[in-house]
Write a protein that binds this ligand. Structure first.
Ligand code: ATP
Ligand code: ATP
Ligand code: MG
Ligand code: MG
Length: 506
């Protein structure tokens, strides 16, 4: 079974490398956090613990990725700024925005119980992310000023709104009172009606939070004379500042001018064309099948640390399948999914208007929701094994113009599953029988499918075709005619079930 017959489908993937000298910023934003914050009874307008959880996740992101040097967040959003000349994932936009949002979500779910020990996570939070390309430091400066201004405007409004609500107004009435009021009027209302001096509210609420890298001197040991030996170490810290787009703030933190460049004089007014460029969005071609493929990042290591059975851990595959079912239930536009190992492909219907077909939103919400589910469901599938660190996935969206090409795409993934699984089955049998990993690799180099089957039969008495079908052929998930979700591992699944269940119908 030569994979090359199908490999042409790869050519539909588009290049999305962000060229130098553009600065890379990724912004994530909670999906439907209005509801999330209500269901989880966040204090209004600002739940300090929820904000601290966001800050803690952002800190984890900076600790995980040395190339991210600065981040700024408030409410349910966070922006991450990469150092000027980062080569992170070859500067590929989709990879970068998806894995950041996936990691962030995974950490959020993992840390939830540390921050809210008495509140159960009622449903999985998810975030969307987008990519902002800053052509110069001036643009970055304008971007940060714009986000912090948004923080200020929203917070001032929400503070008034919630004070009015707490004093007996309903939400509509409160909104009506605030309609068209200026900053100054809001401050006066807070002071006169509620005795609140807005300026005295906590910095974190008014100004948002910055997480950044700094160099600190640590004592690493003491020499023979008892003199401390100091070394400069990078440390991630959380700070609050009135004006993050000011030159003085930037220069105060030496890592920032060093890794990113310097700011000009403060900016007073943000040009509208800047803000438009931040909002720029890539739309996927209309009337094409959109496939979002997600893939576990560093799952080679993840599977070792979590002692997955090799070559196939059935529980781990079932966990992946269960998350895929949840994805289909959540996103009505997804009509079919196919998964193997640490990857899953989700097919959206051809005329889908999900997020107006904006690529980054589509990819990020799916990958984020999947990651959230994976962490949440871990215990269900591995009751005896602790999740040692947050798993995360990357994602991409590719458009296929016809059902034939879409089926070739699915066939490509399934052939890949077959080839990898057959190889891995041989490899792990050899390793389990005493060969080193290097020896097993050498032994299998260049062997054809038939030879591998023979090896399994003769040396280990294994009939490859009798191994569980889920291992050999992957798993399909789709809605059946009665609108129930089907998880299928039956033979030749992909081409057939795809055609029968959705290609023919649209
Ligand atoms: P979308 O999916 O479009 O982002 P959203 O419901 O998340 O919609 P946002 O404009 O992002 O809306 O606003 C975030 C919402 O979450 C606000 O309503 C805000 O009150 C609430 N929220 C987020 N973080 C907190 C917090 N720490 N304390 C209280 N409320 C919060
Ligand atoms: P990348 O970050 O580039 O995706 P990766 O380490 O995730 O790298 P992949 O090529 O995606 O590598 O391969 C997935 C790895 O995860 C394989 O090494 C596979 O053995 C392991 N793995 C995933 N799922 C399972 C499973 N259910 N049972 C055993 N091993 C698994
Ligand atoms: Mg939101
Ligand atoms: Mg992987």
């Amino acid at each position: 079974m030569a994979n090359s017959k199908y490999e042409y489908v790869k050519s539909f993937e588009v290049e999305d490398e962000v060229m130098l000298p553009n600065l890379i910023v990724v912004r994530i934003d909670g999906c439907n956090f209005r509801r999330f914050s209500e269901v989880h009874e966040f204090e209004k307008p600002n739940d300090e613990i929820a904000l601290n959880l966001m800050n803690s996740c952002a800190t984890a992101v900076l600790e995980e990725y040395p190339d991210i040097v600065f981040s700024y967040g408030f409410n349910d959003e966070y922006s991450f700024v990469f150092k000027k000349e980062t080569k992170f994932y070859q500067r590929r936009a989709s990879k970068i925005l998806s894995l950041i949002v996936s990691f962030f979500t995974s950490v959020y779910v993992t840390k939830w119980k540390d921050f809210f020990p008495h509140k159960e996570l009622r449903f999985p939070p998810s975030f969307q992310s987008r990519f902002i390309c800053c052509a110069s430091m001036e643009v970055l400066q304008a971007y940060l000023a714009w986000r912090q201004n948004d923080c200020h405007v929203k917070n001032q409004y929400n503070t008034c709104l919630w004070m009015l609500i707490k004093c007996g107004k309903d939400e509509k009435e409160a909104q009506e009172i605030l309609k068209g009021t200026q900053k100054q009027e809001k401050n006066e209302m807070l002071f006169q009606q509620f005795g609140i001096n807005y300026k005295n509210l906590p910095n974190m609420f008014r100004q948002g939070s910055c997480v950044l890298k700094t160099e600190a001197e640590d004592i690493v040991k003491y020499d023979d004379n008892g003199t401390p030996v100091r070394r400069r170490r990078r440390k991630v810290i959380v700070v609050h500042s009135e004006n993050i787009a000011a030159r003085s703030f930037w220069n105060e933190h030496t890592c920032l001018p060093k890794e990113l460049g310097t700011f000009g004089e403060g900016i007073n007014k943000i040009k509208p064309e800047y803000v438009r460029s931040f909002q720029f969005e890539n739309k996927l071609l209309p009337s094409t099948w959109i496939v979002v493929r997600i893939d576990g990042c560093h799952f080679h290591r993840f599977s070792e640390v979590h002692e997955f059975e090799k070559p196939n851990d059935e529980q781990a595959l079932s966990l992946m399948n269960s998350c895929a079912v949840a994805v289909l239930e959540e996103f009505q536009d997804i009509v079919f999914a196919y998964g193997v190992s640490d990857e899953y492909s989700f097919v959206l219907k051809k005329d889908s208007q999900f997020y107006q077909r904006r690529a980054s939103e589509i990819v990020s919400v799916i990958v984020s929701f999947f990651s959230s589910m994976y962490v949440r469901k871990w215990r269900e599938f591995f009751p005896q094994r602790e999740l040692r660190y947050p798993p995360y996935f990357d994602g991409r969206a590719v458009c296929y113009p016809s059902s034939e090409i879409l089926q070739d795409y699915l066939a490509w993934r399934q052939v890949d599953c077959h080839i990898n699984n057959q190889y891995n089955t041989c490899f792990w049998m050899l390793v389990k029988s005493g060969k080193s990993k290097c020896e097993a690799q050498d032994y299998l180099k260049g062997t054809q499918a038939e030879k591998k089957n023979e090896l399994l039969k003769q040396q280990f008495g294994i009939d490859y075709s009798m191994l569980p079908i889920m291992f050999r052929q992957g798993t399909s998930v789709f809605w059946d005619k009665e609108e129930k979700i089907v998880v299928a591992n039956d033979g030749g699944a992909v081409g057939k079930s795809a055609e029968e269940n959705f290609c023919g119908t649209l």
